[in-house]
Design a protein around this ligand. Structure first.
Ligand code: ZN
Length: 391
């Protein structure tokens, strides 16, 4: 067990413009040092690959790094060292939280996850995001095949985020400092080993499909919201994007299937429809005295990814919201009526392809009845409206 620093995120609640990635805290981590910049935990390895010995200091304070405002290329040597060390401990802390939740609810640990900080970043051209990779074709291509059980790559950061309070110094957006990005990517690891939306377990281990569908992105966002305790998961680094803009990806707005964009390349935007519906269902189950829908969702995802043998057919089937909803309703009959009602409010029904759900919801939005907001809808829940897709 080691004492490390990490960001806690409860401060996001009730804040429309969080001042930073989280509240700095000391936490215990059941990890061991397995390299100059590598920590290993049960089911998880986190490694900074930019060279140097991050764990050179000895003693009980060796892992209490200072975030140093994200470090970055303009920071001094000591601040860069501190910010990188913090990136490793913060990533390990949040990834372990997600994996522990999944292991507890699935009653089994997930296969080992490797998180690498620094690939795909070249001097002068930083990368401010993250992605989840399996061996197989990918964009950008991977110089070496990722681990078969799954690998997350985090960039080293590309830009600064201005603080909302005047006089506060800006923060270099290092993805390893951002709990939302970490949790989202670990969410893909959970999806891969349960719902397997691209039917990769039916494909050769070294020829996996790295594309993501809307259900994958939306489920990862929903799990992030549960872990962070807020539906405004990207409120810090996207704080300048208006709350009603789909790029903000707030889950407490009522995004409906009427907002689905046909064609490729829209997995994040379309995923927000699924994510916000899950969030509505989760909140309603909690308001009714339950614990939410995460356990039922993971059970449903395991069932969902265990059927079928034909790759092409399964890839088609596993794109559709209604298919996963049916498994979700079966997973916990006690909450099924509440979940079904919440999903229907977002246009997600147990039958019909995504395009049919979109047509139906757009038709409903065009009827005079649809102009009246549903009872019990929060102010925030009305942003997307029932018909319009904001630019
Ligand atoms: Zn994603």
């Amino acid at each position: 067990m080691m004492r490390v620093t990490a960001y806690l995120t409860r401060h996001h609640i009730d804040s429309d413009r969080p001042a930073g990635p989280g509240q700095l805290a000391e936490v215990d981590l059941d990890a061991t040092v397995t390299g100059p910049a590598e920590l290993r935990l049960a089911g998880l390895t986190v490694r900074d690959e930019r060279g140097g010995d991050l764990f050179r200091a000895a003693g009980e304070h060796a892992y209490l790094f200072d975030p140093a405002e994200g470090g970055g290329p303009l920071a001094g040597t000591e601040d860069q060292y501190q910010a990188r060390g913090f990136g490793v401990t913060n990533t390990a802390y949040h990834a372990a939280r997600v994996l522990n939740l999944a292991a507890r609810l699935l009653d089994r640990p997930l296969p080992h996850l490797v998180i690498r900080i620094g690939p795909h970043s070249v001097p002068g051209r930083g990368w401010g995001g993250g992605h989840y990779r399996l061996p197989g074709e990918a964009s950008p291509p991977e110089p070496e095949p990722p681990a078969r059980s799954g690998e997350i790559h985090l960039g080293t950061g590309r830009s600064f985020i201005e603080r909302p309070d005047p006089g506060c110094s800006r923060y270099f957006h290092a993805p390893a400092h951002n709990p939302a990005i970490i949790c989202h990517e670990v969410g893909h690891h959970i999806c891969h080993h349960t719902a397997d939306f691209r039917a990769n377990r039916l494909r050769p281990p070294l020829d996996q499909h790295n594309g993501k569908v809307a259900l994958d992105e939306g489920t990862a966002d929903f799990l992030t919201a549960v872990l962070l305790g807020t539906p405004d998961i990207y409120g810090w680094h996207r704080g300048r994007i208006p709350p009603w803009d789909p790029r903000r990806r707030r889950l407490d707005a009522r995004w409906t299937t009427a907002c689905l964009c046909p064609g490729g390349g829209r997995a994040h935007t379309n995923g927000t429809v699924w994510a916000s519906a899950l969030w509505t269902a989760h909140e309603r189950v909690r308001q009714a005295g339950g614990t939410g829908i995460v356990s039922a969702l993971l059970t449903a995802m395991t069932r969902f990814g265990s059927r079928g043998a034909d790759v092409a057919k399964e890839q088609q089937r596993r794109k559709h919201f209604s298919e996963l909803l049916r498994d979700l309703l079966v997973a916990d009959p006690a909450i099924a009526p509440v979940v079904a009602g919440a999903m229907a409010d977002h246009g997600i029904l147990p039958y019909g392809r995504n395009r049919e759900l979109r047509w139906q919801m757009q038709a409903r939005a065009g009827s005079p009845d649809a102009q009246t907001p549903a009872r019990g809808t929060s102010e925030a829940g009305q942003w997307p409206g029932t018909a319009a897709v904001r630019p």
